[in-house]
Write a new protein. Sequence first.
Length: 615
Amino acid sequence: MRAILAHRWQNALMTSRIQALPTQLINQIAAGEVVERPASVVKELIENSLDAGARRVRIDVEQGGTKLIRITDDGAGIEHDDLALALSRHATSKLRQLEDLERIGSMGFRGEALPAIASVSRLSLASRAAQADAGWELGGDDSEPRPSALTGGTLVTVRDLFFNTPARRKFLRTDKTEFGHVEQVVKRLALVRHDVAFVLTHNGREVFAARAAADRDGRERRLADLLGPAFVEQALFFEHEAAGLTLSGWVARPAFSRSQADMQHFYVNQRMVRDKLVTHAVRQAYQDVLYHGRHPAYVLFLGLSPALVDVNVHPTKHEVRFRESRLVHDFLFRTLHQVLAEPVGDVQAELTSREVQPASLEPSSAAVAAPPRQPGLSLPVTERRAAYRAAEQWQAPPPAQVEYADASGSTENVSASDEAGGHPLGFAIAQLHGVYVLAQNPRGLVLVDMHAAHERITYEAFKLAREGEGIKSQPLLVPVSVAVSRREADLVEQHAEVFSELGMAVDRLGDQSLVVRALPALLRHADAERLLRDVLADLVVHGDSRRILEQINDVLATMACHGSVRANRRLSREEMDALLRDIERTERSGQCNHGRPTWTQLDMTALDRLFLRGR
């Protein structure tokens, strides 16, 4: 029986002929790549509207998009003679020659979306070009456009999605789930195109309306509407440019971390993308300040020459490929690392005054240089107590004087203009249960977890000392041989200086063999083979590795935790004030080494609300 089946299959192969596929089947294959669900249709059609210069886009959806999707815009419109061409494959106004594909600036460019959507739905297209006397409409079964009452722009109506491909329709979820994906797509586009007004309705009910925003305040109001006011309250805004790259947007403070990566929006030249290189760079920037298992929240806009990024990688255009991936990775990491390093004060002012230069394209694993510390910040742990007690020798005395009462009821003169005088956290007024320091500033009350804050200060001092002295290496008593691929062995020779800077001595024994002769002194008990393979994996994917630095920092963090001031230790007023000054000067001091907050502010409005004052 098996022989008979094989003979029949062989005959079928011999008699089959190569033939051109029908146009409808070609379009449905394209739809399988472009149109995954109603949200895919919405994305493609809105991007067409944006490419047409629309300033208002309305999206009407019924039954999650399976029954109806209607996109209305006020863009440039389509000429009468081009209407039928717009529904044919590979017809586009955005590309003219091969060179254009290497510097794509528009959202769409393949000319596949409309015919692909039309092949799996009942689609009609109506448009009125600017300066045209009338509008025209073309349905799926129409051979010629017919007059339309449209006054301007374009109207695309998609009905009964997947009506002729029931297998595809079975994979759709409930209307609520599908509309959730539609809403997410519209929000993501509204986040980047703040100059465009968006209206979204579902089953006749308006879900949200976003007005065009002309300034930063308007953009932040839109952010609050789309992502919630808590994000804006906890986000740091910045703008930075270097080496032909620009990065701007909002990064949430680590305290506003998420249990899942559901609030991460990244755009390249206004195109929303998902990219492993970007995710890796952001994760590294947050590494020292994010609580374990949590995810950062951000809305970031990267701008670069279209010639430096390939957007023609995936049919859905969600993925890109950077031609200088190492440069982009370092630029993202170093900029975000610096933004998150500012504990108190104006982030943008600090970015401007301290230029963040991307690393060169040559491999380098050197840590980002920290700014000079004030006296007392770089002392070893054993000298911290003396530093606090000697704080008056280097702490500037407060200018104007008022009286604060401490926990015992006595009073002492401190500054009334502390924030203006360079002390945003104010001055200490008491210590609570040997755990928290209470301070007063012009805004209200500041509460500090003294162990968590001192832990971060000590940890940053350790890192600064390590950066100054370099990573010390310690030879292994018994070198460790590791079998690797030829490519990995070549990487070790190509990046020899990387391993040297990381405190590792690695030599090549043969075509596919390496030997580890030394490790960083702080990691002398680590698994040498595993550490080497981890570094090689980073080099293969990212061209660089911070793996060893991360593990060394873990050791330093543990040392800082054990060496920091413990709970129930009584601090003098001078020691508490010195701790506040250290927090103000120390990078990433808003979180301890484990990602927990070190201090919080309760302004007078919040305090009045607690006691119902003014009601």
